[in-house]
Design a protein around this ligand. Structure first.
Ligand code: TYD
Ligand code: MG
Length: 472
């Protein structure tokens, strides 16, 4: 008979505690510990002999020379969507389990329906895909597939919320890929906690992972991001799966960004940009052009910088707005990058350029739902605010790249040549780069390169006189 176990699990970080606490000792979040009562799991010794212990890479358990192992290719299957494959590191690895997370309504079901279809109708090797939905009825899934023109006889759909029934279908149908939409709707009746709770989500995902490893059939889990922004409720799923992809974007805008935040079989800095349209998602072939579309060419507060996303450079627009504040402590609102970095840049602007920002509300927005994680964008961010503050536009065909130091000096950035080439490709005519970049890139043609030592130099080289705007 199973013994009952009572424990408390943090819904933010998955920390387990035998007693309730107001504050999670791990992630320090308040009021996140939730009671879970479960049947006690089998002790590890009983589990050791079960096939669950097998892992994909350990198909042959005998240790071998590392050089021999390294040469082996992971068997992968293409999703039929080139960009999706690229984010995965070249397709879905056999026996792997991946989690695709995102806000409700962002297009997760759509993306996987499209992938399921293209796998089911692949020319060389059409395969059966099993799509199990606990969110919607089979009919609703089929309606979506119809809208997407994604009907195929090898595309099987079922509505299922019981994990053991789901596993039975999976064993019986022998698909080449299983899609679970979503992991939060699955439950294991043997666990006593409520569907969607931490231990249910984790327990079901563990059983599916075991199935994947044993059968070699990859399983894709869809997970909702909670209000707090963590994947599938708690982050507890992240260590259970081989890859975590996030599907992000602004529901108001049509762009969707797919990126890997964890990938045991590939890099985590590739990303793909899709556009949601009438008939589903299409790949955005020229992300820079898409991200810069609609940019005001005359207005102030708009700067263009280049971000490295994986192996590619992308041009993005950063918008800064500074306006007189009526609050005792003016607002700093940042969208798409670390607010602390923005605060640092504002302090540098105040101290080194003498900008009186103390009485200004400052807003910084990275356009198109992109996120800045590189200091190389500092110059663009800083000058977007300067441009708004001084009501002087930045010369619209100028790319700004450089890290800003605390003395207002510009510091070198990596992959300069790639960034500049992307600017040339997008028809930019000038680039302001840090003087300390070492060797000036030679192969960039058609671009006037201004080497700036400080923020002030960069500002002089890129801001247009105020008169030009008022005259426009
Ligand atoms: P969906 O894939 O159901 O989102 P998720 O599974 O992440 O919750 O897609 C939701 C939105 O996408 C919905 O508002 C309708 C829209 N949509 C389109 O614009 N075009 C399409 O072809 C489809 C299928 C959906
Ligand atoms: Mg959905």
């Amino acid at each position: 008979m199973a013994r009952l176990q009572r424990r408390y699990i943090c819904s933010e970080c998955g920390h387990e505690s035998p007693q309730w606490m107001g504050k999670c000792p791990e992630c320090e979040a308040w009021d996140t510990l939730q009671e879970e009562v479960t049947a006690r799991e089998k002790p590890p010794s009983a589990r050791r002999n079960s096939p669950a212990g097998k892992s994909i890479v350990a198909a042959s358990a005998v240790p071998r020379a590392i050089t021999e192992v390294a040469g082996e290719e992971m068997p992968r299957r293409s999703t039929g969507i080139v960009e999706f494959d690229r984010v995965l590191g070249g397709g879905i690895v056999s026996g792997s389990i991946l989690l695709i997370g995102g806000d409700p309504g962002i297009g997760k079901s759509t993306l996987l329906t499209q992938a399921a279809y293209s796998i089911a109708v692949q020319q060389e090797e059409p395969a059966t895909v099993l799509y199990l939905s606990g969110e919607e009825s089979a009919h609703q899934v089929a309606l979506r597939a119809n809208r997407l023109g994604a009907g195929a006889s090898r595309f099987l759909v079922g509505a299922e919320t019981d994990v053991s029934a789901a596993l039975q279908h999976m064993q019986h149908m022998q698909p080449s890929l299983v899609i679970i939409d979503s992991i939060q709707t699955l439950y294991d009746p043997e666990l006593e906690s409520a569907p969607g709770s931490v231990s249910q989500v984790r327990g079901c995902a563990a059983q599916l992972a075991r199935f994947a490893k044993e059968s070699g059939v990859p399983v894709a889990l869809i997970g909702h991001v909670t209000k707090e922004g963590s994947l599938a409720g708690p982050r507890v799923l992240e260590h259970l799966v081989d890859a975590v992809l996030t599907f992000e974007g602004d529901r108001q805008h049509s762009y969707r960004i797919l990126r890997a935040v964890k990938n045991r079989f590939g890099s985590t800095d590739e990303l793909a940009i899709f556009e949601m349209g009438e008939h589903g998602l299409t790949v955005v072939e020229n992300p820079s052009a898409a991200l810069l579309a609609g940019r005001p060419r005359e207005g102030n507060g708009s700067a263009v910088t280049a971000l490295m996303e994986g192996s590619r450079a992308l041009l993005v627009e950063v918008q800064g707005l500074s306006s007189r504040s009526h609050l005792a402590s003016p607002r700093r609102v940042v969208n798409g990058m670390d607010p602390n970095r923005v605060n640092m840049l504002l302090a540098v602007l105040e101290k080194r350029l003498g900008l009186k920002l103390a009485e200004q509300d400052v807003f910084v927005n990275v356009v198109g739902g992109m996120r800045i994680a590189e200091p190389a964008a500092d110059l663009g961010v800083a000058l977007s605010v300067v441009s708004s503050f001084r009501e002087q536009a930045i010369e619209p065909s100028t790319l700004l790249t450089g890290e800003v130091g605390l003395s207002g000096e510009l510091r070198a950035v990596g992959h300069l040549e790639k960034r500049l080439n992307e600017a040339v490709r997008m028809g930019f005519t000038q680039a302001v780069i840090p003087r300390r970049s070492g060797k000036k890139p030679e192969r960039v043609t058609g671009l006037k390169i201004v080497e700036a030592e400080t923020l002030l130099d960069a500002m002089r080289a890129s801001l247009l006189p105020a008169a030009r705007i008022s005259g426009s």
